[in-house]
Design a protein around this ligand. Sequence first.
Ligand code: NAD
Length: 405
Amino acid sequence: MKRLVMVGAGSRGSGMYAQPITENYADEAVILGVFDTNIKRAELLSRKTGGKIPVFDDFNRMLAEVKPDAVIVTTVDRFHHQYIIAALEAGCDAISEKPMTIDADKCRAILEAERRTGRQVIVTFNARCSPFATKIKDLMRAGAVGQVYSVHFEWFLDTEHGADYFRRWHRQLKNSGGLLVHKATHHFDLVNWFIEKDPVAVFATGSRRFYGQPSAISGPRCRTCAHKDDCRFFIDVTAPAYRELYFDCESADGYWRDGCIFSPEIDICDTMTLHVQYEDQVSMAYSLTAHSPHEGYRLVINGEKGRLEAETFAHKRNAAMSSHSIKVLDRDDAVITHQVAKLSGTHGGADAILLRLLMRDQAPDPHQYVAGSRAGAMSLIIGAAANLSIASGQVIQIKDLLPTL
Ligand SMILES: NC(=O)c1ccc[n+]([C@@H]2O[C@H](COP(=O)([O-])OP(=O)(O)OC[C@H]3O[C@@H](n4cnc5c(N)ncnc54)[C@H](O)[C@@H]3O)[C@@H](O)[C@H]2O)c1
């Protein structure tokens, strides 16, 4: 029986871990404590899972009293390293949500703590577990394009999903590392996993074109906004989707879930382009747009034998704009199209697949869905290097940031 504690009782902590673990894995794992700087949210998590998870008001005391096997880290990204390192130092393993952390200094500190303590960090890249990504991995493993030469990867968030990052804590670089770390750590991990190569250097440009200032309409938050009726981005934080988890917990820390997406506080980019050089002369052109009419990605992997083209995207109001297929083109004009079935469940069924592997030690993991600190580092460091490149205009060498990897 795994003895677990949790730090971070927000949407992910509750939805991905606390609720499904207590409901579906009672024979494999028990959650023996939860800590969150917002004690109301920790209490809510405990209540929602049957009232048996003790709420602690001090993380270190929770570790000392419970002596867990592992700590599940689902806080705001900027604090992941503190809890991961404290967990390792206390002799526990850490299961961290992506991104493992948000910059190179914190990343090196985690890697060093893991080496020093001999404990293990797992980083939960649920995006690997989708059937679509798994099919690409299988095709690449089977040598669909032979030796890889280059990658083109375009990710687009629609204005519903994309806007949500500009309402919440994510909108400040100091909290999330921006979308190139917070969000793109998934994307870079997928590429690293597909092509099995390490990044060497990054050049990036980024700007904010759609969210933030200047704007004709803005206010501190939706709830008190004078433009409620004429802003297409208005959300009602007292609606059932947000009320218990955020609105009812505001008095504990003053955090608003409905910050204005045109706030002057926003300092992250919404339009970003990268050139990533990988080992063995493989290059990647990557872009992330957070204000697209539709949502999904297009990925091309060029290689010795031809090209793999994958696209999966959807337009909420125009089904004709949706696509979901993988094509492999060889140099003799043959094209094989692969259709991949979608699963139900959160993140296209990926969350349940990953949680099963995390909870059941003996469950086979032939695709290596469960990632460690190296994959966590190699994906976040591309985004962290991109942030440095955007700020300096320079090409950033990965070995200068992570000399030991
Ligand atoms: N893999 C995925 O698909 C996926 C999806 C969503 C979120 N996430 C990750 O999960 C984590 C949590 O995101 P979320 O959507 O639940 O956000 P959230 O805002 O709902 O929850 C964050 C929680 O962290 C708590 N917190 C803030 N500062 C803290 C501190 N110093 N110490 C302890 N707790 C603190 C907040 O009070 C809040 O309860 C993030 O790292 C995010 O990247 C992953």
